[in-house]
Design a protein around this ligand. Structure first.
Ligand SMILES: C[S@@+](CC[C@H](N)C(=O)[O-])C[C@H]1O[C@@H](n2cnc3c(N)ncnc32)[C@H](O)[C@@H]1O
Length: 456
């Protein structure tokens, strides 16, 4: 077991933000910023996006909203999940016992290093009617994160089998598990024969087929399969978000071959791997070679250091784009805008400023997987400000001038001026150019439009 696998209490970090970074990547693949170097768009104006392994609906629905609504992409969004991983129901316990168990989960989770308060939790019932896990959520930089406790079952983490159980928690959960399984048994009998009496769900809230239902609300259909079906008539983008690392290392290549078996030349595969030493996103294009399909790497992104590598047509080698300095500069500019606008005593407190920096930086670092352009920068600003702590935060102030919608869903304050004006936005976009002019020749820095070659 390597050091990473010694830590987890969980297997899945289902963080909508993390996958939402795919939005800026797709935008960039469709709108190359430097067509001479980058070549023609790799992404067609209309495409089908197949999100493979959506263990929770919310992750896919957050990404679909960003692609279809915020970025206005012409996307046909489909999700897939292995039949055996599609839950039959989510069951939420109501009342004091639920609070007791919530406290117990918080205690266990906090003892793993971070002080995290569990906000919400429920039992997940699998396709065989058995309680297979407990899903719980907590808050991370203004974002709701869901993880799972697998009740002693082994699970895959970073390509390795891990087992975690907490005997005290198992003991606490045992009476509820037995009760829920008995009621689910009656529920399933009634599914098969509607004349049978159904169970009472007093003291509980039971949602059947939560994955299908959650996806359907956003117009996403679920393919229950482990080999995605290709969507006919469009370029297909197959998104493997933490799917390959679900398999042992030596099986991952074979699994990738299996997953892409139905793709056609011109289709794209995006492989995202988080929670490993080198978290990254790899973009592959399916090519025809002789009578076989092969895959060509067209982009590679280190999602922790925010380094991008992509082929340069002019040089015939790879171009290296360091994204981080750009992102950090924009975070700084946004904080300057906030300081000017948000007149709250908290801003004099260092802790508050650190917290605000953390929130904004977290959102920016997860949203940018390509150099910012106006549309992605606008979204990043909106998302970052939406997540700021409420106390003394900018609730009710429009993000941009002439922003007709209230980004925060509440009434506007007395001063309805925007936090970021169009002029601020232009200023933010120009930040890189300004800094470039001010730099002395002795301090060379990697610029997005300059090229650093690397072997390969
Ligand atoms: C770690 S979760 C990833 C969840 C989400 N896609 C993400 O990026 O956070 C991996 C999920 O992939 C599913 N999975 C693994 N192999 C699959 C396959 N061949 N087809 C569909 N889903 C698969 C697992 O059942 C599990 O729900």
């Amino acid at each position: 077991m390597n050091p990473q696998t010694a830590v987890p209490f969980v297997d899945t970090n289902v963080i909508p933000d993390r996958n939402v970074g795919i939005g800026s990547l797709l935008w960039d693949l469709q709108n190359p910023q430097d067509p001479d170097r980058d070549g023609p768009p790799l992404l067609n104006p209309e495409f089908a996006f197949i999100d493979v392994g959506v263990s929770r609906a919310r992750v896919a629905t957050a990404l679909k909203s960003l692609l279809a609504h915020d970025l206005g992409l012409e996307v046909n969004y489909v999700a897939t999940e292995r039949v055996e991983a599609v839950p039959y129901a989510n069951v939420t316990l109501l009342g004091d016992r639920a609070q007791e168990i919530r406290g117990c989960l918080s205690g266990i989770f906090s003892s793993k290093g971070a002080t995290c308060e569990v906000k919400d939790w429920h039992f997940v019932v699998d396709g065989n009617g058995k309680v297979s896990s407990v899903a719980y959520s907590y808050n991370l930089h203004g974002n709701e994160v869901w993880e799972a406790y697998f009740m002693g079952r082994k699970f895959m983490y970073s390509g390795e089998q891990v087992e975690f159980s907490d005997p005290k928690l198992d003991e606490t959960l045992a009476p509820e598990v037995a009760e829920i399984e008995a009621r689910i048994d009656l529920e399933r009998k009634r599914d098969r024969d509607p004349s049978q009496p159904g169970p009472s769900w007093d003291g509980y809230r039971m949602e059947k087929n939560p994955l299908q239902a959650g996806l359907a609300e956003f117009g996403i259909t679920l393919q229950m399969t482990d080999v995605p079906q290709r969507i006919i008539g469009r370029q297909n983008i197959l998104f493997l978000g933490n799917v390959l690392n679900h398999y042992p290392q030596d099986e991952q290549d074979r699994e990738l071959d299996r997953l892409v078996a139905n793709l056609e030349p011109g289709d794209i595969v995006i492989v995202q791997t988080d929670e490993v030493e080198t978290p990254c996103i790899e973009v592959l294009q399916v090519m025809r070679r002789g009578d076989q399909n092969s895959r060509k790497r067209v982009r590679w992104i280190h999602t922790k250091t925010l380094e991008i590598q992509q082929p340069d047509r002019v040089l015939g080698s790879w171009r290296h784009i360091p994204l981080r300095p750009e992102v950090e500069r924009m975070v700084g500019r946004l904080i300057e805008c906030l300081e000017r606008k948000v007149n709250s005593p908290e801003w004099t407190q260092r802790n508050h400023r650190v917290l605000v920096h953390q929130y904004i930086s977290h959102v920016f670092r997860t949203l940018f997987r390509a150099l910012p352009v106006e549309v992605t920068l606008r979204i990043a600003i909106r998302e970052a400000l939406r997540r700021l702590p409420y106390e003394g935060g900018p609730k009710g102030i429009p993000v941009f001038k002439h922003d007709a919608k209230d980004a925060y869903g509440g009434a506007l304050r007395l001063d309805p001026g925007p936090i970021v004006s169009e002029a601020d936005l232009i200023n933010m976009k120009m930040a890189a150019a300004n800094e470039e002019r001010m730099r002395t020749p002795e301090t060379p820095r990697l610029e997005p439009h300059r090229i650093l070659e690397f072997a390969g």
